[in-house]
Design a binder for this molecule. Structure first.
Ligand code: RB5
Length: 148
């Protein structure tokens, strides 16, 4: 699977470990940066990965900032994106199975590398269950159409 990854300055080391892990698992990785330790603005990277997912340049996205919050909030502003911050594998599993999230986010200041790898592995190996969950995901996406 081709996976897009983006991060801010707080997540350089963790991003490198996650890229290595993804490659070991046979995935192709598109790295949208940052690759500098200089302080930067996470919305730029959240938006870039989100747009790559919507454009189908990559199948799924992974975003890492200090908490996972700011970068996922930015990604969620892009139409078609469902980004979830997951700090443990159960939420990661449910974010795919029930919410069909297309971006996983987590915090480099929250989770260690080994936990982050478990989160990523669980997320990538869980399929959307569809059924009643499809209706609810559709309801979420209708909100961004501003039909109400
Ligand atoms: C950067 O200091 C920090 O604010 C950022 O990485 C992230 O945690 C924001 O949500």
């Amino acid at each position: 699977m081709k996976i897009g990854i983006g991060n801010d300055h707080s997540a350089l080391e963790l991003k490198a470990e996650i890229i290595e892990f993804l490659k070991e698992k046979g995935h192709e990785v598109a790295d949208y940066g940052t690759n500098s330790s200089e302080s930067c603005d996470y919305p730029k990277y959240g938006e870039m990965v989100a747009r790559a997912v919507v454009a189908k340049e990559v199948e799924l996205g992974i975003l890492i900032c200090g908490t996972g919050l700011g970068i996922s909030l930015a990604a969620n502003k892009v139409k078609g994106i469902r980004a979830a911050v997951c700090s443990e594998p159960f939420t990661a599993k449910m974010s795919r199975a029930h919410n069909n999230c297309n971006i996983l986010a987590f915090g480099a200041r929250v989770v260690g590398a080994e936990l982050a790898k478990m989160i990523v592995d669980t997320w990538l190996n869980t399929e959307f269950e569809g059924g009643r969950h499809q209706r609810r995901v559709d309801m979420i996406m209708e909100i961004e159409e501003e039909k109400k």
